[in-house]
Design a protein around this ligand. Structure first.
Ligand code: KG4
Ligand code: ZN
Length: 352
């Protein structure tokens, strides 16, 4: 079995071909970082236009690298949401055109399911497992119970974790995307020289909050003597910020492990995915939680944690094997929760 996957929901234009056994025959990703860098964040209209001009070439490249002809494909899978709707439409229309022209089954994949199932592609792990999904748009703790079967334990009540990294970087005059820039600067600094809060740490539940931390970074910068920010201050603020985020993540994930175990006493794996999973401090905090709780810890390689189409093709493989194909009248979805039954997160500072 060979499935073509297409991803255009954010700022990466990507295509990949993956086999039924999980062999990645090609995985082509074109980042739009340069187009968005002057604005310090993603501009949806620019993203959609960049997907339009790049996607055909990226797909052709993925097919060539996979040495695969269209008549050797078994299906076409595409991110059907959630995401920036202009980009999602570009991918979905293109996938539908290929499916119609080549008479192939069409699969609309939830982008979050792509991230959620990546660990099965890379490490072949069994259901159920506990997943921390941390990206520029999402911060969620989920129990992955099966294809299409998710139980959301917690989410962010304000900013996503990657967004907090990106905004902190912007306030400190660092480059976009902010996550890698903050991590690099933090390597030259020490936590504790400045003091930042650990929002929701020690509280019940598995929700996250990052807007107070972001505000604390701003007020810390404002309190510095006027003039240009010194490099040493930037490094120390980044180190403290990263340490605060890692503390909060450990705390929330520990609560999630308890909830996971009470629902699935045999569950023994913690997985991290999403762009922020590339962060070494966060990975080592998670690996510490896993060790202390006797869980196996799985973190897919960074190029499969950030947005890519191999994860979409693989989610397509898993769905196709179960006969879960979609019709060509599928409508792109800006919002698409993995667990529609999950309660909405309570407001920060208010006991639920
Ligand atoms: O999963 P992803 O590639 O795209 C989304 O779906 O959002 O995640 C991008 C996010 C950005 O916010 C970026 O700053 C963050 O992941 N990121 C990191 C690191 N590398 C990327 N955050 C912290 N540390 C990193 N090393
Ligand atoms: Zn993503």
């Amino acid at each position: 079995m060979k499935i073509l996957g297409i991803e255009t929901s954010c700022d990466e234009t990507a295509a990949a071909v993956v086999t039924g056994e999980g062999e990645i025959l090609s995985n082509v990703v074109r980042s739009q970082v340069e187009e968005h860098a002057p604005y310090g964040g993603i501009v949806p209209e620019i993203a959609a236009r960049a997907h339009v001009s790049a996607l055909d070439h990226i797909i052709a490249d993925a097919m060539t690298k996979a040495r695969t002809a269209y008549d050797e494909l078994d299906a076409v899978a595409v991110t059907g949401g959630p995401g920036l709707i202009g980009g999602v439409i570009v991918g979905v229309m293109t996938a539908k055109a290929i499916a119609a022209a080549r008479n192939l089954p069409f699969l609309a994949v939830n982008h979050l399911e792509g991230h959620a199932l990546t660990a099965r592609l890379t490490d072949g792990i069994e259901f159920p497992y506990l997943l921390l999904l941390v990206s520029g748009g999402h911060t969620q703790l989920l129990i992955v119970e099966g294809v299409g079967k998710y139980c959301r334990l917690g989410t962010t009540i304000d900013d996503a974790i990657g967004e907090a990294f990106d905004k902190t970087a912007k306030m400190l005059g660092l480059n976009y995307p902010g996550g890698p820039a903050v991590e690099k600067a933090a390597n030259d600094g020490s936590p504790g020289k400045f003091s930042l809060p650990r929002p929701l740490k020690g509280r019940d539940g598995c929700d996250f909050s990052f807007s107070g931390l972001k505000t604390a970074v701003r007020t810390t910068i404002e309190k510095l003597p006027s003039g240009a920010l010194k490099e040493a201050d930037i490094a120390d603020i980044c180190a403290e910020f990263q340490s605060a985020v890692a503390d909060v993540v450990s705390d929330r994930v520990s609560n999630a492990v308890t909830a996971f175990r009470s629902r699935h006493p045999i569950g023994n794996t913690l997985v991290v995915s999403g762009g922020v999973a590339a962060n070494t401090a966060i990975r080592s905090a998670l690996s510490g939680v896993a060790d202390s709780q006797n869980l196996q810890f799985v973190a897919p390689p960074p190029n499969l944690c950030t947005d890519n189409a191999a994860m979409i093709a693989w989610a397509g493989v898993e769905r196709f094997k179960l006969g879960l194909t979609d019709q060509l009248d599928f409508a792109p979805r800006p919002r698409w929760p993995l667990d529609p039954e999950a309660p909405t997160a309570p407001f920060a500072g208010v006991k639920a």
